[in-house]
Ligand binder design. Structure first.
Ligand SMILES: C[S@@+](CC[C@H](N)C(=O)[O-])C[C@H]1O[C@@H](n2cnc3c(N)ncnc32)[C@H](O)[C@@H]1O
Length: 345
C-alpha cells in the first residue's frame, strides 16, 4: 500500500485567538447559537473527541497509507494531550507538522517536547509584518498576547533547535485585498528572524461572510498581488517557498470566487480533513463538505486508518472549487520542498 496520504487534522476547537476571518467563526456569533450543521466548525464546540478516542485512532496509523499529519485546530498546542498524540503519530512513522498561533512556543517545555518528539515542521501564523496590523487581524481573546509574543516564540524554537536539522520552522500569512504588500514584507521579516519556509495564502471566505467585501480579493486586486508574488519568487531571501507554479495558482484562485473546476484534485485521494469531532472529509472546502451526502459522511471515531484510506481514487475531478483549494498544495505536494530544502541557516 503506497504511503501517500496527508491528513489535515483539526485536533481541538478552542483557541486563545479571535481572528474575525477564521474558518472556525467567532465566539460572538456562536455564543448561544452553536452551529449544528455537519462540518461547520466552532471554537465553542463541545463535541471534540476525547484523548482516549484520539489516541486509539492515532495508534492505527502504523502500517496505514498516511504519510503526513498536519496538526491544526483551533490551537493544538494549548491542550496537554496533543504531545502524547504527536508521539504516537511519530511512532507510526508519519511526518508531523504543527500549525500554531505561536504563543505556546513561548513556553520552554513545549519547545523541548517538540524537539524531543522529532516534529518535522512548525508552521506559525503571522498575518502582517506590522505589529498593530497583525494584532488587528489576529487579536488574542485576552488582549494579552500578540505579534511580539509570536516572534518571541519563533525565536525560542529556533534557538532551542540550534544546529539540529529539525523541526523546520515556517510562517503562514493570510493575504487580504487591502494589504498585498504583506506578501513581500512578511517574507523579509521571516528571513530576518531565521525562519526556514514561508507560505502566503489568500483569505478564503464564503460570499455571505460579513467580512467578504472588506477582505476578499476581487479581479481588480489581481495585478498588485501578482506583482508582489513575482517579487517574492524573484528574491525569496533564502526562504523555502511553495513550487513556483503556486504563483499562478494563487493568482488564478483570486481571479474567481466560487466557480471553477479542479481537475486531478487530490482531495479524497491524497488529502483528507479531520475535524475535532472526528468527522472525516475529503478536504476542508466548505463547498465540498456541504455537498457530501449524509450516507457518505465518515468519522475517525472508532475507525482504523488502515481501512479508512485503503480504497481511494488516485485523484478526483472536482467541480466545487473554492479559494481554499490553493491553500492545499503547500500541505500536500509542496511540503517536502518546504521541510527539506537544505536552505542554509
Ligand atoms: C485555523 S488556524 C489553526 C492553527 C493555529 N491555531 C493557527 O493560528 O495557526 C490554521 C490556519 O488557517 C488560517 N486561516 C484561518 N481562517 C482562514 C481563512 N478564512 N482564509 C484563509 N486562511 C485562514 C490561519 O491564519 C492559520 O494560518
Amino acid at each position: 500500500m503506497p504511503r501517500d496520504v496527508t491528513l489535515l487534522w483539526g485536533l481541538r476547537s478552542p483557541c486563545a485567538f479571535a481572528c474575525p476571518h477564521c474558518y472556525f467563526g467567532t465566539i460572538e456569533e456562536h455564543k448561544g447559537n452553536l452551529p449544528q450543521q455537519a462540518g461547520v466548525l466552532s471554537h465553542l464546540s463541545r463535541a471534540d473527541l476525547t484523548a482516549p478516542t484520539l489516541t486509539a485512532f492515532a495508534r492505527t496509523l502504523t502500517g496505514s497509507p498516511v504519510e503526513r499529519v498536519i496538526i491544526a485546530g483551533g490551537e493544538p498546542l494549548d491542550w496537554p494531550a496533543t504531545l502524547g498524540i504527536i508521539s504516537l503519530i511519530k511512532g507510526a512513522g508519519c511526518q508531523v507538522v504543527i500549525a500554531t498561533n505561536g504563543i505556546p512556543l513561548t513556553r520552554p517545555h513545549i519547545v523541548e517536547q517538540l524537539l524531543a518528539l522529532g516534529v518535522d515542521g512548525v508552521s506559525v501564523s503571522l498575518d502582517s509584518a506590522d505589529a498593530d496590523t497583525n494584532d488587528t487581524m489576529r487579536p488574542s481573546r485576552s488582549g494579552r498576547f500578540g505579534y511580539h509574543d509570536v516572534l518571541a516564540g519563533i525565536s525560542a524554537l529556533l534557538k532551542a533547535r540550534g544546529d539540529r536539522p529539525g523541526p523546520r520552522v515556517g510562517i503562514y500569512t493570510v493575504v487580504t485585498r487591502s494589504r498585498p504588500q504583506e506578501i513581500t514584507d512578511v517574507a523579509r521579516l521571516a528571513a530576518d528572524i531565521g525562519v526556514d519556509y514561508y507560505v502566503p495564502q489568500p483569505v478564503s471566505l464564503p460570499s455571505d461572510h460579513q467580512l467578504f467585501d472588506a477582505l476578499s480579493h476581487t479581479p481588480a486586486d489581481v495585478a498588485s498581488v501578482g506583482a508582489h508574488l513575482e517579487r517574492l519568487y524573484a528574491d525569496p531571501h533564502g526562504l523555502a517557498l511553495p513550487d513556483p507554479s503556486y504563483l499562478q495558482r494563487f493568482v488564478a484562485a483570486i481571479s474567481t470566487q466560487d466557480s471553477g473546476h479542479v481537475p486531478d484534485c487530490f482531495g479524497g485521494a491524497r488529502l483528507y480533513f479531520v475535524q475535532p469531532d472526528g468527522s472525516l472529509w475529503d478536504c476542508p472546502s466548505d463547498r465540498r463538505i456541504a455537498a457530501t451526502a449524509p450516507e457518505h459522511q465518515r468519522t475517525i471515531r472508532g475507525g482504523d486508518a488502515r481501512t479508512l484510506f485503503a480504497a481511494r481514487p488516485t485523484c478526483t475531478n472536482c467541480s466545487l472549487f473554492s479559494r481554499d483549494c490553493v491553500n492545499m498544495w503547500p500541505l500536500v505536494l509542496d511540503m517536502p520542498r518546504l521541510l527539506n530544502t537544505g536552505v542554509p541557516r
